[in-house]
Ligand binder design. Structure first.
Ligand SMILES: *[C@@H]1O[C@H](CO)[C@@H](O)[C@H](O)[C@H]1NC(C)=O
Length: 374
């Protein structure tokens, strides 16, 4: 068997770039890959996609006894790849002798075609993504060890279904753009989670309370309504700025590419809201300063403040749900999170029905209303 494999390996499709080579060898119903790499951390190859998302990744690194820890991962768009439930790839003795320059060499085989839809088949048109790092995973002997971002990645097309005598196919280098790896101290998925949680609070909870107080509780609260409204909405503004900045700071492709339509819309709405939040806060301050207790109608700046506020709220609520679905686009649990957030929104809307029909809106016009002195 081994001899057979070795003879086969004389014919192979090979791609080299920088200081890493991939050699693909079809062997019966299997396709075997060999990686030679000068990168001393981990080396990974993904099959079936030119991005991490949707890619069947096999990662390998040298363990403490100079063997290789090999793990099948499922590529996620916004997350570190997760351990794949289907551990189909298995280590085999090296197909191709380790070159002088290589720090890590290993060979593995996996089925060329797969029975279930759960894995990408190796086809003539398969796309590949190769990622390499000079930093070893935290625990080299554990297949569930965490590991940092790649130092480089390469995307290429390769026909691994026919043995081609050492033909180098087109290789496209695609180094990560954006900000450098923030190291493993705060993984990107956690940043997104913080962004999401803070935005849920800032746009699904807080503004409803702020508007509720302004619209229905002026009479009950007296002048405190304005202080409460100002504090809550100021908090919404601050959280929005911090939360968007956080994501922008750790923006790092390809983990955060807005190449999908939904991702693009989410970012555009988010930035629009971010800018308009400042306008809205300014309008609030102006309206308060120009407040005249004897006024007979609501001036345009007040009305603009109301309508801009409502528009921002609708946009942001929509964006929160877009964000939830983006975040969970690679996983199967968005339904549950959507349900919880939908319930929060439902409670807020019920409170508004109660306010509108039971408490009634308080609008400061003429002498009937409680004057606001600030
Ligand atoms: C290192 O990897 C090899 C396989 O390449 C394995 O046989 C060996 O047990 C591993 N060593 C440790 C300490 O896990």
């Amino acid at each position: 068997m081994l001899q057979f494999l070795f003879i086969q390996s004389l014919l192979a499709a090979k791609v080299c770039y920088d200081q890493v080579c991939v050699i693909a060898t079809p062997v019966k119903s299997q396709t075997c890959f060999t990686i030679h790499s000068a990168y001393e951390g981990w080396n990974a190859i993904g099959v079936g996609s030119d991005r991490m998302s949707g890619s069947d990744i096999v990662i390998g690194w040298q363990n403490s006894t100079f063997g290789t820890t090999l793990v099948n991962l499922a590529g996620k768009g916004h997350f570190r790849p997760q351990i794949n439930a289907h551990q189909v790839a298995y280590l085999v003795p090296l197909f191709d002798p380790k070159p002088e320059w290589s720090a890590q060499s290993f060979s593995f085989c996996r089925p060329t075609l797969v029975e279930k839809d759960s894995l990408n088949p190796v086809t003539a048109n398969s796309k590949y993504i190769l990622a390499v790092s000079n930093t070893l995973p935290v625990n080299v002997d554990s297949s569930s060890s965490s590991f940092g971002y790649h130092d480089k990645r390469f995307i290429f097309d390769l026909d691994a279904t026919i043995p081609t005598a050492y033909i180098v196919h087109g290789v496209r280098d695609s180094p990560p753009r954006g900000n450098p790896d923030p190291t493993a101290s705060i993984p990107y998925d956690q940043i997104l989670m913080m962004h999401g949680l803070s935005m849920v609070f800032a746009w699904l909870i807080a503004p409803f309370a702020g508007i509720f107080i302004a619209r229905y509780l002026k009479a009950q609260l007296g002048h405190s309504w304005y202080i409460a409204h100002k504090l809550i909405m100021g908090l919404v503004g601050i959280i929005t700025v911090v939360s968007v900045t956080l994501v922008a700071m750790y923006y790092s492709q390809p983990h955060f590419s807005n190449s999908t339509l939904v991702g693009n819309i989410h970012v555009k709405i988010g930035l629009t809201v971010l800018i308009l939040v400042f306008v809205q806060i300014l309008l609030g301050i102006v309206s308060n300063h120009l407040f005249d207790k004897d006024r007979q109608s609501v001036p345009w700046w007040d009305q603009t403040h109301w309508w801009l506020g409502r528009t921002l709220l609708v946009l942001s609520v929509f964006n929160v749900f877009l964000g939830i679905n983006l975040y969970y686009s690679d996983s199967s649990v968005p339904g549950f999170v959507n349900l919880i957030c939908g319930a929060v929104l439902g409670i807020a809307l019920c409170a508004f029905l109660y306010g509108e029909f039971v408490l009634g809106a308080t609008i400061h016009v003429g002498y009937k209303e409680i004057p606001d002195q600030e």
